[in-house]
Design a protein around this ligand. Structure first.
Ligand code: MN
Length: 202
């Protein structure tokens, strides 16, 4: 196994998420932005290896900050593509065990959507809204991630992520990011979210 980050192929075609996410957005987002995080994270890993071999002096503080940002970008985008699906795939609603857990935790799916949308809307600058499972408390919680690595709880498991960087929506929605966050629920892959959840509660 290669000890590097990989850029996964999308599990759908570039135009499969229209009209909620355009082919142009998806091409740039996956092929350029995600690819760049993967490339840069791997480049930093390579520099760490070189430094260990004695060939390079590193500013470790700066390198590790950049690694957290780029590795976070690589991993979060892989999770994001996998928790998206063409409209209609899971009828736009949670399924299975996670559906029951969401109803118990939030009262209803509507309240979850409301909290996640507010989580995404209130990101300062660039970041993500996530739905996570915290094993210690056995709770499903919203989590806001600034950039790719700030405000993360240690060791929580990510069930679903929603990209709130401008590059995720600007071509399609311009400054109206609320419309993108609303649209997201049409292309959320609840089968995948449920699979992630069921693996954690076994
Ligand atoms: Mn992104």
């Amino acid at each position: 196994m290669e000890k590097i980050f990989l850029l996964p192929d999308l599990p759908f075609d570039y135009n499969d998420l229209e009209p909620f996410m355009s082919e142009e957005t998806l091409r740039i987002h996956h092929d350029k932005h995600h690819a760049a995080y993967v490339k840069e994270a791997n480049f930093i890993l390579e520099r760490l290896d070189k430094a260990r071999e004695g060939g390079l002096e590193l500013n470790l503080k700066a390198e590790l900050k950049a690694l957290a940002f780029n590795a976070g970008g690589a991993i979060l985008h892989s999770l994001f593509w996998a928790n998206l699906a063409p409209p209609g795939t899971s009828k736009g609603e949670p399924v299975g065990s996670v559906k029951m857990a969401i109803e118990e935790e939030f009262g209803s799916f509507e309240r979850l959507k409301e909290q996640l949308n507010k989580t995404a809307m209130s990101v300062e600058g660039s970041g993500w809204a996530a739905l996570v499972y915290q094993k210690e408390t056995r709770r499903i919680l919203p989590m806001q991630i600034e950039k790719h690595d700030v405000n993360l709880y240690p060791a929580v498991q990510i069930l679903l992520v929603l990209d709130a960087f401008e590059h995720a929506y600007y071509l399609d929605y311009k400054n109206e990011k609320a419309k993108f966050f609303e649209a997201f629920w049409n292309i959320a892959n609840w089968e995948e979210v449920n699979n992630r959840f069921e693996k954690l509660i076994q």
